[in-house]
Ligand binder design. Structure first.
Ligand code: ZN
Length: 359
């Protein structure tokens, strides 16, 4: 089915998502990632503004100035951790940033981002293991062990046996810890990686910008892109939304799994999550547009979920909010998506941006 003004480059979407996934950006430590995104907007000739707390805001060219403004948001921050404690034996205790199960980081390679001028710009690598990791020593105790902040620790890739030796490397309580995303693109168009939530959506924002600036995709209303940096901890788009925003559409991953309609090959409009129902009219409008344009779109509900829209509404913004996103399997765990869900989400957004405002 032909797509109006929607020249979507699926391979570029995959590659941009993969590039973003490889840049460490746990919540609170997002500067390198926002710099990367800002440089991509800059290359399109778009002026990038940073809010005081670090979100990126870009206005796309075009749109009828008399219409209410539309803002698309996506978050660049991801799950991660911080050094909570340096143990006497030189291992590190972690505290989580964002919501995930401890078991999903067991065995993962990680990087401790030490202060500039200490261990070098790339930090110190390590592995997250249980305190009873050796099967030959602990056997049944390892099987029975509950995975939590006390039973998991970081083994640094450095010749250290004491807390003093670790501190001498420059490692300190409060250092950010990022997880190896293990980003892999397969020949069949799957992208396996940590942090597809929500790097995939940031890549989609960049593709939308490209389609408007280079492809001439039409805008009917003034349109802004907003890249938030604190979504995983609950206050992503709670401040600094573009003035005049009346419709806020969060782009965030659709949860694929038992009992869900979402899947890895489609876009989903989420009509309700833990924060309540999204705007009925705007959600309906998005679903209608998908039908009109032959876009594979699902409607779903996420029982344990909130978004940039939830956070903006809780902060007091008077906007109509909707949530759409590409299907991601095994969210906040070993995530995977398919190129088609990136394409379908981008097509839906471009069709929305070209649709009459206030419908
Ligand atoms: Zn998310």
């Amino acid at each position: 089915m032909p797509q109006q003004g929607a020249d979507v480059n699926g391979q570029r979407l995959l590659e941009t998502t993969a590039a973003l996934c490889r840049i460490p950006s746990p919540t609170g430590f997002t500067r390198a990632a926002t710099d990367f995104v800002a440089s991509r907007f800059d290359a399109l000739g778009l002026e990038v503004r940073r809010t005081i707390k670090g979100s990126l805001v870009v206005e796309l060219p075009g749109g009828d100035r008399g219409a209410g403004h539309r803002t698309l948001s996506a978050h660049i921050d991801t799950l991660g951790a911080m050094v909570k404690e340096i143990k006497p034996n030189g291992r590190l205790k972690l505290i989580r940033i964002g919501g995930y199960d401890w078991a999903t980081i067991e065995g993962e390679y990680c990087t401790v981002h030490t202060a500039p001028g200490t261990a070098g710009p790339s930090g110190i690598t390590g592995t997250i293991l249980t305190t009873k990791a050796s099967f030959h020593i602990h056997a049944q105790a390892l099987v029975d062990l509950r995975r939590d902040g006390d039973s998991l620790e970081v083994r640094l890739d450095a010749a250290v046996r004491t807390a003093e030796e670790v501190k001498a490397l420059g490692v300190a309580v409060g250092d950010f810890v990022s997880f190896d995303p293990r980003t892999v693109l397969t020949e069949d168009g799957f992208l396996k990686s940590r942090h597809l939530d929500d790097k995939a959506a940031v890549a989609i924002l960049l593709e939308v910008a490209c389609a408007v600036v280079e492809g001439g995709a039409p805008l009917t209303a003034p349109t802004h892109l907003y890249v938030s940096t604190f979504e995983e901890v609950g206050h992503g788009s709670s401040a600094g939304l573009p003035v005049g925003t009346t419709e806020l559409v969060a782009i965030d991953m659709a949860a694929v799994g038992d009992g869900q309609t979402s899947d890895e090959f489609a876009v989903t409009v989420c009509v309700k999550d833990s924060s309540g129902p999204y705007d009925h009219g705007l959600s309906r409008h998005l679903v209608d547009i998908a039908v009109e344009h032959g876009i594979d779109c699902r409607v779903d509900i996420y029982p344990t979920y909130a978004s940039d829209v939830s956070q903006a509404l809780r902060a007091g913004y008077d906007v109509r909010g909707a949530l759409v996103g590409p299907g991601v399997d095994a969210s906040h765990s070993f995530e995977r998506l398919h190129r088609r869900s990136l394409e379908e989400t981008t097509r839906l957004l471009l069709a929305y941006l070209g649709s009459p405002p206030g419908r």
